[in-house]
Design a protein around this ligand. Structure first.
Ligand code: AMP
Ligand code: ZN
Length: 137
């Protein structure tokens, strides 16, 4: 049982914005800004690790469509696109989804902005090389 699968099969209510063969875009029920949208694959995948590459491409294309709708219909030119994978990363619904969060001047979504500002960890050249060598192919 998955709440997003229930939305897809019509058992649970949702506010659909856009859909195609493999993806669905609908309003987040606890929006953090006006027009906060979720984009999901119609097939159940838990998160990025199990996600099919082709479906992932379809999802990001639908995200782009949604940003265009937000621009055309709501005049939104700024968005954050967020995707959390796994409990520690604060994923709460374990059906892959991307958040499209419209941003407006003085919208008080400081927690998103602060995420990036002055939050970097102290790291030196040795550390950078160590990480790079571990990760690169
Ligand atoms: P995450 O923390 O990235 O897993 O986000 C899950 C999101 O799903 C949250 O922003 C919830 O508000 C949203 N959500 C949960 N249940 C529903 C629902 N029935 N309809 C729409 N959005 C939902
Ligand atoms: Zn599901």
């Amino acid at each position: 049982m998955c709440i997003f699968c229930d939305i897809i099969n019509g058992k649970a209510k949702s506010y659909k914005i856009y859909e195609n063969k493999s993806t669905l875009a609908f309003l987040d029920i606890y929006p953090i800004s006006y027009g906060h949208i979720l984009v999901i694959p119609k097939k159940h995948y838990e998160n990025i690790y199990s996600m099919d590459n082709e479906i992932l491409t379809e999802v990001i294309k639908t995200v782009k469509t949604v940003t265009e709708l937000l621009k055309e219909k709501l005049g939104i030119n700024d968005v954050n696109i967020i995707n959390s994978n796994g409990r520690i990363a604060n994923q709460t619904v374990f059906h892959y989804h991307m958040h499209v969060i419209p941003r407006r001047e003085n919208d008080n979504l400081d927690f998103i902005d602060e995420w990036w500002v002055n939050k970097y960890i102290k790291i030196n050249d040795t550390n950078f090389n160590e990480i790079m060598n571990k990760l690169k192919n």
